[in-house]
Write a protein that binds this ligand. Structure first.
Ligand code: HEM
Length: 124
């Protein structure tokens, strides 16, 4: 059980730890490693994303749906479950339990909407 409270420094630590685990994962690593050119930039972007989601900071200016559409072949329920499994582990290890639960619930809702948004096919 972790003890970090919700602030930008904790979110940076969380995002770094989460993507370290993603990169080492046998299923998700081979998806992310070739897709991300600059990991420093990705980690900053994802810290800004979570800061916007959890702290309403407005730091993230991006469009998650088009970003994931580029990788739609990998956007399947098994991969989302794996992503969420790692997110649960790392949030649980680092964050206070109530904060971990909030982060997990948010990620589940965002994952659902990303799965929906990337599952439509244009008619031929
Ligand atoms: C970006 C994969 C789930 C949030 C990316 C990128 C990849 C990726 C490859 C880089 C996109 C690029 O080429 O520019 C995946 C996979 C997932 C997953 C395989 C699960 C199957 C999620 C979830 C969230 C999330 C659940 C949020 C809770 C983001 C954000 C970006 C991103 C914010 C940055 C988008 C931007 O460029 O502004 N993801 N992702 N992803 N992902 Fe995911």
């Amino acid at each position: 059980m972790g003890n970090l409270t919700l602030d930008d420094a904790a979110l940076k630590q969380l995002v770094d730890a989460f993507y370290a685990r993603v990169r080492a994962d046998e299923v998700l690593g081979p998806i992310f490693n070739p897709a991300i050119g600059d990991w420093g930039e990705h980690l900053e972007k994802l810290t800004a994303f979570w800061s916007s989601v959890m702290l309403s900071s407005g730091r993230y200016k991006g469009q998650p749906v088009p970003a994931h559409l580029k990788h739609r072949d990998h956007m399947n329920p098994a991969n989302f479950d794996r992503w969420l499994g790692l997110w649960c582990e790392v949030t649980g290890e680092l964050m206070q339990p109530d904060v971990a639960a909030q982060l997990q619930a948010k990620a589940e809702r965002i994952a659902e909407s990303l799965q929906l948004a990337t599952s439509f096919r244009m008619p031929p």
